[in-house]
Write a protein that binds this ligand. Sequence first.
Ligand code: NAD
Length: 254
Amino acid sequence: MHTGGSGFLGSHLCESLLASGTNVICLDNFFTGSRSNIEPLLDNKHFELIRHDVFPIYLEVDPIYNLACPASPIHYQHDPVQTTKTSVHGAINMLGLAKRVKARIFQASTSEVYGDPSIHPQTEDYWANVNPIGARSCYDEGKRCAETLFFDYWRQHKLRIKVARIFNTYGPRMHPNDGRVVSNFIVQSLLGKDATSVIELIGHVRRSCIGRCRRTIRSSGGRIFRARRNYYRGGRARRSRTASFKPSPTSRSC
Ligand SMILES: NC(=O)c1ccc[n+]([C@@H]2O[C@H](COP(=O)([O-])OP(=O)(O)OC[C@H]3O[C@@H](n4cnc5c(N)ncnc54)[C@H](O)[C@@H]3O)[C@@H](O)[C@H]2O)c1
Protein backbone atom coordinates (compact mmCIF):
# COMPACT_ATOMS: atom_id res chain seq x y z
CA MET A 1 0.00 0.00 0.00
CA HIS A 2 1.09 3.47 -0.79
CA THR A 3 -0.14 6.55 1.15
CA GLY A 4 0.13 9.88 -0.66
CA GLY A 5 0.17 7.96 -3.95
CA SER A 6 -1.49 10.67 -6.03
CA GLY A 7 1.12 13.29 -5.17
CA PHE A 8 4.22 14.27 -7.09
CA LEU A 9 6.64 11.61 -5.80
CA GLY A 10 3.88 9.14 -4.95
CA SER A 11 2.50 8.94 -8.48
CA HIS A 12 5.98 8.10 -9.83
CA LEU A 13 6.43 5.44 -7.16
CA CYS A 14 3.01 3.94 -8.02
CA GLU A 15 4.09 3.76 -11.67
CA SER A 16 7.40 2.10 -10.94
CA LEU A 17 5.85 -0.40 -8.53
CA LEU A 18 3.27 -1.37 -11.14
CA ALA A 19 6.00 -1.66 -13.77
CA SER A 20 7.83 -4.10 -11.49
CA GLY A 21 4.70 -6.27 -11.31
CA THR A 22 3.55 -5.21 -7.83
CA ASN A 23 -0.12 -4.76 -6.94
CA VAL A 24 -0.62 -1.22 -5.65
CA ILE A 25 -3.26 0.22 -3.33
CA CYS A 26 -3.01 4.00 -3.41
CA LEU A 27 -4.48 5.78 -0.38
CA ASP A 28 -4.79 9.54 -0.70
CA ASN A 29 -7.15 12.29 0.45
CA PHE A 30 -6.17 14.60 -2.48
CA PHE A 31 -5.09 17.39 -0.14
CA THR A 32 -2.23 18.31 -2.49
CA GLY A 33 -2.26 15.35 -4.85
CA SER A 34 -4.58 15.07 -7.80
CA ARG A 35 -6.48 12.40 -9.63
CA SER A 36 -4.89 13.51 -12.89
CA ASN A 37 -1.47 12.35 -11.59
CA ILE A 38 -2.71 8.76 -11.45
CA GLU A 39 -5.39 8.90 -14.16
CA PRO A 40 -3.38 6.66 -16.54
CA LEU A 41 -3.12 4.02 -13.81
CA LEU A 42 -6.82 3.79 -13.00
CA ASP A 43 -7.51 1.17 -15.69
CA ASN A 44 -4.67 -1.04 -14.54
CA LYS A 45 -6.14 -4.10 -12.83
CA HIS A 46 -3.20 -4.18 -10.41
CA PHE A 47 -3.96 -0.65 -9.20
CA GLU A 48 -6.61 0.41 -6.69
CA LEU A 49 -7.35 3.94 -5.48
CA ILE A 50 -8.81 4.60 -2.04
CA ARG A 51 -9.77 8.18 -1.29
CA HIS A 52 -9.03 8.15 2.40
CA ASP A 53 -7.14 9.99 5.07
CA VAL A 54 -4.23 8.38 6.92
CA PHE A 55 -6.80 7.36 9.54
CA PRO A 56 -6.69 3.79 10.86
CA ILE A 57 -7.50 1.42 8.01
CA TYR A 58 -7.53 -2.38 8.02
CA LEU A 59 -5.96 -3.96 4.94
CA GLU A 60 -3.73 -6.98 4.31
CA VAL A 61 -0.80 -5.26 2.65
CA ASP A 62 2.99 -5.57 2.44
CA PRO A 63 4.99 -3.38 2.12
CA ILE A 64 3.60 0.01 3.16
CA TYR A 65 5.07 3.20 1.71
CA ASN A 66 4.10 6.18 3.84
CA LEU A 67 4.36 9.34 1.72
CA ALA A 68 1.18 11.14 2.78
CA CYS A 69 2.12 14.69 3.78
CA PRO A 70 2.23 18.01 1.97
CA ALA A 71 5.88 18.70 1.12
CA SER A 72 6.02 22.25 -0.19
CA PRO A 73 6.24 25.07 2.41
CA ILE A 74 3.26 26.79 0.78
CA HIS A 75 1.18 23.65 1.15
CA TYR A 76 2.27 22.54 4.61
CA GLN A 77 1.92 26.03 6.11
CA HIS A 78 -1.61 26.36 4.71
CA ASP A 79 -2.92 24.21 7.57
CA PRO A 80 -0.02 23.58 9.98
CA VAL A 81 -2.14 21.69 12.51
CA GLN A 82 -3.20 19.24 9.85
CA THR A 83 0.40 18.92 8.68
CA THR A 84 1.56 17.81 12.12
CA LYS A 85 -1.44 15.52 12.48
CA THR A 86 -0.82 13.94 9.09
CA SER A 87 2.84 13.27 9.93
CA VAL A 88 2.32 12.05 13.47
CA HIS A 89 -1.10 10.37 13.34
CA GLY A 90 -0.29 9.07 9.88
CA ALA A 91 2.91 7.44 11.15
CA ILE A 92 1.11 5.99 14.21
CA ASN A 93 -1.70 4.59 12.09
CA MET A 94 0.53 3.12 9.39
CA LEU A 95 2.99 1.67 11.92
CA GLY A 96 0.04 0.13 13.78
CA LEU A 97 -1.15 -1.45 10.54
CA ALA A 98 2.37 -2.69 9.71
CA LYS A 99 2.66 -4.25 13.16
CA ARG A 100 -0.74 -5.96 12.86
CA VAL A 101 -0.13 -7.45 9.42
CA LYS A 102 3.66 -7.87 9.89
CA ALA A 103 4.39 -5.67 6.87
CA ARG A 104 7.58 -3.86 6.01
CA ILE A 105 7.15 -0.11 6.14
CA PHE A 106 8.90 2.82 4.47
CA GLN A 107 8.76 6.42 5.68
CA ALA A 108 9.34 9.39 3.36
CA SER A 109 11.23 11.70 5.67
CA THR A 110 13.00 14.87 4.70
CA SER A 111 16.20 16.88 4.88
CA GLU A 112 14.08 19.36 6.86
CA VAL A 113 14.67 17.18 9.93
CA TYR A 114 18.06 18.95 10.07
CA GLY A 115 16.24 22.30 10.51
CA ASP A 116 18.62 25.19 9.93
CA PRO A 117 21.75 23.04 10.00
CA SER A 118 25.07 24.33 11.22
CA ILE A 119 27.12 21.79 9.26
CA HIS A 120 27.24 21.26 5.49
CA PRO A 121 26.76 18.79 4.01
CA GLN A 122 24.67 17.10 6.69
CA THR A 123 25.62 13.57 7.73
CA GLU A 124 23.15 11.06 9.14
CA ASP A 125 24.74 11.24 12.60
CA TYR A 126 24.16 15.03 12.77
CA TRP A 127 21.23 15.67 15.13
CA ALA A 128 20.20 19.02 13.70
CA ASN A 129 19.30 22.53 14.72
CA VAL A 130 15.51 22.76 14.72
CA ASN A 131 13.18 25.47 15.97
CA PRO A 132 10.22 23.73 17.66
CA ILE A 133 7.90 26.75 17.58
CA GLY A 134 8.44 28.37 14.18
CA ALA A 135 6.18 28.54 11.13
CA ARG A 136 7.99 25.60 9.55
CA SER A 137 7.99 23.45 12.69
CA CYS A 138 4.75 21.68 11.79
CA TYR A 139 6.65 19.95 9.00
CA ASP A 140 10.13 19.66 10.53
CA GLU A 141 8.98 18.48 13.94
CA GLY A 142 6.14 16.36 12.52
CA LYS A 143 8.64 14.47 10.38
CA ARG A 144 11.11 14.20 13.29
CA CYS A 145 8.40 12.73 15.52
CA ALA A 146 7.47 10.30 12.73
CA GLU A 147 11.12 9.18 12.54
CA THR A 148 11.14 8.68 16.33
CA LEU A 149 8.04 6.52 16.09
CA PHE A 150 9.54 4.45 13.28
CA PHE A 151 12.74 3.77 15.19
CA ASP A 152 10.86 2.98 18.41
CA TYR A 153 8.64 0.49 16.56
CA TRP A 154 11.84 -1.06 15.20
CA ARG A 155 13.49 -1.25 18.65
CA GLN A 156 10.37 -2.22 20.59
CA HIS A 157 8.38 -4.34 18.11
CA LYS A 158 11.13 -5.43 15.70
CA LEU A 159 9.21 -3.88 12.81
CA ARG A 160 11.09 -3.89 9.51
CA ILE A 161 11.41 -0.19 8.73
CA LYS A 162 13.14 2.01 6.18
CA VAL A 163 13.40 5.78 6.58
CA ALA A 164 14.65 7.95 3.71
CA ARG A 165 15.54 11.61 4.26
CA ILE A 166 14.67 13.02 0.85
CA PHE A 167 16.22 16.29 -0.24
CA ASN A 168 14.45 18.74 -2.60
CA THR A 169 13.32 16.81 -5.64
CA TYR A 170 11.91 18.15 -8.86
CA GLY A 171 10.44 16.73 -12.03
CA PRO A 172 7.28 16.10 -14.03
CA ARG A 173 3.97 16.54 -12.15
CA MET A 174 5.47 18.95 -9.65
CA HIS A 175 3.02 21.73 -8.88
CA PRO A 176 4.08 24.92 -10.74
CA ASN A 177 3.40 26.93 -7.56
CA ASP A 178 5.34 24.50 -5.42
CA GLY A 179 7.48 27.40 -4.23
CA ARG A 180 10.83 25.63 -3.91
CA VAL A 181 13.98 26.81 -5.61
CA VAL A 182 14.43 24.47 -8.55
CA SER A 183 10.83 24.61 -9.72
CA ASN A 184 10.78 28.39 -9.14
CA PHE A 185 13.92 28.68 -11.24
CA ILE A 186 12.43 26.63 -14.08
CA VAL A 187 8.94 28.17 -13.98
CA GLN A 188 10.24 31.74 -13.79
CA SER A 189 12.70 31.10 -16.58
CA LEU A 190 9.91 29.65 -18.73
CA LEU A 191 7.88 32.79 -18.01
CA GLY A 192 10.84 34.99 -18.96
CA LYS A 193 11.38 36.13 -15.36
CA ASP A 194 14.97 34.89 -15.20
CA ALA A 195 16.29 37.82 -13.13
CA THR A 196 14.37 36.75 -10.01
CA SER A 197 15.42 33.18 -10.53
CA VAL A 198 19.06 34.15 -10.75
CA ILE A 199 18.82 36.14 -7.53
CA GLU A 200 17.16 33.20 -5.82
CA LEU A 201 19.60 30.70 -7.22
CA ILE A 202 22.58 32.65 -5.96
CA GLY A 203 20.85 33.06 -2.61
CA HIS A 204 20.41 29.31 -2.30
CA VAL A 205 23.64 27.74 -3.45
CA ARG A 206 26.67 27.10 -1.33
CA ARG A 207 29.59 29.52 -1.61
CA SER A 208 31.69 26.93 -3.46
CA CYS A 209 29.08 26.76 -6.23
CA ILE A 210 28.55 30.47 -6.67
CA GLY A 211 31.59 31.02 -8.91
CA ARG A 212 30.49 28.25 -11.24
CA CYS A 213 26.94 29.67 -11.36
CA ARG A 214 28.21 33.15 -12.13
CA ARG A 215 30.33 31.86 -15.01
CA THR A 216 27.41 29.84 -16.38
CA ILE A 217 25.00 32.77 -16.09
CA ARG A 218 27.43 35.24 -17.71
CA SER A 219 28.35 32.86 -20.53
CA SER A 220 24.66 32.43 -21.36
CA GLY A 221 24.13 36.19 -21.47
CA GLY A 222 22.46 36.47 -18.05
CA ARG A 223 23.00 39.19 -15.45
CA ILE A 224 24.21 38.78 -11.89
CA PHE A 225 22.28 40.31 -9.00
CA ARG A 226 23.53 40.28 -5.43
CA ALA A 227 21.19 38.58 -2.97
CA ARG A 228 20.94 39.50 0.70
CA ARG A 229 22.34 37.07 3.25
CA ASN A 230 19.54 34.89 4.59
CA TYR A 231 17.52 35.59 1.45
CA TYR A 232 16.69 31.92 1.33
CA ARG A 233 14.81 31.68 4.61
CA GLY A 234 13.30 35.15 4.39
CA GLY A 235 12.34 34.58 0.77
CA ARG A 236 10.69 31.29 1.51
CA ALA A 237 8.71 32.73 4.39
CA ARG A 238 7.62 35.74 2.33
CA ARG A 239 6.47 33.57 -0.56
CA SER A 240 4.62 31.29 1.78
CA ARG A 241 2.52 34.13 3.12
CA THR A 242 1.63 35.52 -0.27
CA ALA A 243 1.29 32.45 -2.47
CA SER A 244 -2.18 31.07 -2.73
CA PHE A 245 -3.07 27.44 -2.18
CA LYS A 246 -6.50 25.87 -2.21
CA PRO A 247 -6.63 22.19 -1.29
CA SER A 248 -9.13 19.98 -3.02
CA PRO A 249 -12.55 20.75 -1.45
CA THR A 250 -13.09 17.04 -0.93
CA SER A 251 -9.88 16.47 1.02
CA ARG A 252 -10.56 15.60 4.63
CA SER A 253 -8.45 16.32 7.65
CA CYS A 254 -7.55 13.87 10.35
N1 NAD B 1 9.27 16.51 -3.05
C1 NAD B 1 10.33 16.67 -2.29
O1 NAD B 1 11.29 17.34 -2.67
C2 NAD B 1 10.37 16.02 -0.93
C3 NAD B 1 11.49 16.27 -0.13
C4 NAD B 1 11.55 15.67 1.14
C5 NAD B 1 10.53 14.84 1.57
N2 NAD B 1 9.46 14.64 0.77
C6 NAD B 1 8.38 13.79 1.31
O2 NAD B 1 7.90 12.91 0.30
C7 NAD B 1 6.48 12.75 0.44
C8 NAD B 1 5.80 13.11 -0.88
O3 NAD B 1 6.15 14.44 -1.26
P1 NAD B 1 5.59 15.09 -2.60
O4 NAD B 1 6.58 16.07 -3.07
O5 NAD B 1 5.14 14.01 -3.52
O6 NAD B 1 4.36 15.91 -2.01
P2 NAD B 1 2.87 16.04 -2.56
O7 NAD B 1 2.24 17.14 -1.79
O8 NAD B 1 2.85 16.12 -4.05
O9 NAD B 1 2.25 14.63 -2.16
C9 NAD B 1 1.75 14.35 -0.88
C10 NAD B 1 0.52 13.48 -1.06
O10 NAD B 1 0.00 13.16 0.22
C11 NAD B 1 -1.43 13.35 0.19
N3 NAD B 1 -1.87 13.67 1.55
C12 NAD B 1 -1.59 14.77 2.29
N4 NAD B 1 -2.16 14.69 3.49
C13 NAD B 1 -2.82 13.48 3.52
C14 NAD B 1 -3.61 12.82 4.50
N5 NAD B 1 -3.85 13.36 5.70
N6 NAD B 1 -4.13 11.61 4.18
C15 NAD B 1 -3.91 11.04 2.96
N7 NAD B 1 -3.17 11.63 2.00
C16 NAD B 1 -2.63 12.84 2.28
C17 NAD B 1 -1.63 14.51 -0.77
O11 NAD B 1 -2.95 14.58 -1.28
C18 NAD B 1 -0.59 14.18 -1.84
O12 NAD B 1 -1.11 13.32 -2.81
C19 NAD B 1 6.05 13.67 1.59
O13 NAD B 1 5.92 12.88 2.76
C20 NAD B 1 7.19 14.64 1.73
O14 NAD B 1 7.33 15.10 3.04
C21 NAD B 1 9.35 15.22 -0.46
